[in-house]
Design a protein around this ligand. Sequence first.
Ligand code: SF4
Length: 185
Amino acid sequence: MRIKLAAPLQSDSIVDGEGIRAVLWTQGCAHHCPGCHNAETWNFDGGYWEDVDTIKKELRALVGQDGITFSGGDPMYQIKPCLEIAKYAHEIGLNVWCYTGYTYEELLTLDDPNVMEFLENIDVLVDGPFILGERSLDLYFKGSRNQRVLDMKKTLQEKKAVIVSKYQDAKKIAPLYKRDKDIYV
Ligand code: SF4
């Protein structure tokens, strides 16, 4: 299976989710949010194809990463390969964050048989389009106030969007960062 990427797998990011993270930059996004920082990733004909097995191999070779973040572009246009990579990331002990221009509620209406399984394999979903008028630099891991940093396990359990409580408000103090499994609440 292949995936369309905008850039090679990145490592050691500290701005694309909690902890130290690998980031997969997917190619293609139809949301076209004004002010988007990654407009070069919009074109579905751009980027390049990469084998999912190659991504897995690269991911396995990385050291010192807490998780992987799916970004782009919008990974929700390539759910099947992202699901395979997310499952593998969990197998090797990495947590999974995903950015999307869709809201969680919109994702539930997508005509894709794999969307629910992908959501089940995401720990934290940062959802919603970037809205220039709502832009703020005082937000944790998101660019505009309308976006939400969602705890996917709780969201799916409670069948409604549940925001990660420590990332609910504007930045006041750095949240405590613990290197264990319970880092989302
Ligand atoms: S969803 Fe993300 S990548 Fe797509 S246009 Fe909006 S900000 Fe840019």
